[in-house]
Ligand binder design. Structure first.
Ligand SMILES: O=C(O)[C@H](O)[C@@H](O)[C@H](O)[C@H](O)COP(=O)(O)O
Length: 260
């Protein structure tokens, strides 16, 4: 378990730009040392803001887009192409603008796909894809993600792991179906905390005053069932990327001064 590190930026725009630059560097380093990189995307405003900032970044094409594996941390279980799906929004923000290898982009199943309303079967199918992509060093469950990004909800949810609901309590499976999510739509697919924790680095994105209480709760030692963001940590690094508004309720001792 890696102790959370915090970086606080002046505002959400700067946070998105700085996080995008950080992601470019992380991907280039991984591709240089291992020939490819593996990243897990998140939905939500902060996640999509980062992708849009990446699309506009001057160093964007330092990334070898053809050697980048993309996965999702969660998905709203809607028909393919639905504007509310996380992958639809990610494609609009960045993915349709860069030369990715489609075989290396792994959207979660859609509700009008082969599994229909059986979201559990859809979740198991994604878990099987992860197993297929994992190497012997990954204990056969999920590939080693270089960076797994998570937006943080005002209730401290990450991915589609909501406080007290069954999905956050899962300790064996890597991917689960979610019913009755308090954030619409109610039916979703999500990586579980064990899958999240398999990543080398977990980056939590929290910008805006509506995240201030969630950040303070999650970083105050709260339990992961009540505060799922508290259970999201990487094997070698856990990084909270905040803006000043989201950091407003954190004890000053917890973070360095906001960036200039
Ligand atoms: O499917 C989703 O909605 C997201 O994956 C979800 O986990 C999101 O990241 C948080 O709710 C934060 O969303 P905002 O950044 O829009 O506040």
């Amino acid at each position: 378990m890696s102790t959370p590190q915090l970086v606080v930026h002046r505002d959400k725009e700067l946070m998105a730009q700085a996080a995008a630059a950080r992601l470019i560097t992380k991907i280039v380093d991984a591709q240089t040392s291992r020939g490819y990189a593996s990243v897990v995307l998140t939905g939500g405003r902060n996640g999509n803001g980062l992708l849009a900032a990446l699309a506009a970044a001057p160093a964007r094409d330092a990334v070898d887009w053809g050697r980048l594996d993309l996965w999702w941390g969660d998905e709203r279980y809607l028909p393919e192409g639905d504007p509310d799906r996380n992958d639809t929004q990610a494609r609009a923000a960045l993915l349709d603008s860069v030369p990715l290898d489609p075989a290396r982009v792994h959207p979660m199943p859609a509700s009008d796909g082969p599994f229909g309303a059986d979201v559990e079967a859809a979740a198991e199918s994604y878990a099987a894809d992860l197993r297929k992509a994992s190497g012997p060093e990954n204990h056969g469950s999920v590939p080693t993600f270089d960076v797994l990004m998570l937006g943080v909800g005002p209730d401290t949810h990450v991915a589609s792991l909501f406080p007290e609901l069954p999905a956050v309590r899962e300790t064996e499976r890597m991917v689960v179906g979610v019913h009755g999510a308090p954030k619409p739509p109610p039916t979703r697919i999500s990586l579980t905390l064990p899958a999240i924790r398999s990543a080398r680095e977990v980056w939590l994105l929290a910008a805006g005053e509506d995240k201030a209480q969630a950040a303070a709760i999650a970083l105050s030692g709260a339990g992961e069932i009540q505060a799922p963001a508290a259970g999201a940590y990487g094997r070698s690094r856990t990084l909270w990327l905040l803006d000043a508004a989201a950091a407003a309720q954190l004890p000053r001792s917890l973070y360095p001064p906001a960036s200039p």
